[in-house]
Design a protein around this ligand. Structure first.
Ligand code: SAH
Length: 215
């Protein structure tokens, strides 16, 4: 169910799972997850689980969203690129913690849904684009932070190029054994530093704009 008590319980469970950053917890608390969950699954909105959003895609588990957002070390001066808008849930959490989010989604109908939620929630610091996020958003680069919500076997070169010096990118990378690891890439004056964070499971990062029947 979608009562405030359930939302509070989710925040407590994120805390006990190790998410301690108060600004991240309060951003998660401000976003009504039920708004992003399709009707048949709405009673599971505050369970710490991934949920289907249509087009074969999923809304990530709240713990993973909170973990990724916390790993980005955000503040209100930063410009963030998000790849894989999906339902728009993760993007909404990001929007409370940075200056502006530029979000790219390859399924137009998902993006249209997400845009509607952003306006319902009066989130005015989000720019959206239907397209291939592997290409990034060159016109708006560089980005202080990049957050990718779909897994690839290689780190897209365009995204590395569009990361500002001093910037951080968080993305899932799939290995030969199909296991995925969430990586944190920091760009320094002299290059890139990579750190493995946790094992994860994301949908694949796919090239090009999707051809959806209803688009
Ligand atoms: N962050 C989302 C989770 C979305 S799942 C949420 O909170 O709901 C990952 C999303 O990445 C899917 O919607 C999928 O369509 C999208 N995606 C996969 N490859 C992509 C690409 N190359 N460019 C843009 N979006 C992509």
């Amino acid at each position: 169910m979608t009562t405030p008590a359930n939302r509070a319980r989710l925040i407590l469970s994120l805390r006990s799972a190790g998410i301690t950053d108060i600004s991240v917890l309060s951003a998660v608390e401000r976003v009504p997850r039920e708004l992003f969950v399709p009707e048949p699954f709405r009673d599971q909105s505050y369970e710490d689980t991934a949920l289907p959003i249509g087009y074969g895609q999923t809304l990530s588990q709240p713990y993973i969203v909170a973990f990724m957002v916390a790993s980005l070390e955000l503040n209100k001066t930063l410009k963030v690129l998000e790849i894989g808008t999906g339902s728009g849930y993760h993007c909404s959490v990001l929007s409370y913690l940075c200056r502006r989010v530029y979000t790219v989604e390859r399924h137009r109908p998902l993006l249209a849904n997400a845009e509607q939620k952003f306006s319902e929630l009066q989130l005015h610091n989000i720019s959206t684009r239907a397209g291939d996020g592997m290409k990034g958003w060159p016109e708006q680069a560089p980005f202080d932070r990049i957050s990718v919500s779909a897994a690839s076997s290689e780190i897209p070169q365009n995204l590395l190029e569009q990361l500002a010096i001093g910037g951080i990118m968080i993305l899932p990378v799939s290995g030969v054994d199909r296991k995925q690891v969430l990586k944190k890439i920091s760009r320094t004056d002299s290059g890139f530093e990579t750190q493995d964070l946790i094992e994860v499971r994301f949908v694949p990062l796919l090239p090009g704009l999707a051809r959806d029947k209803s688009a």
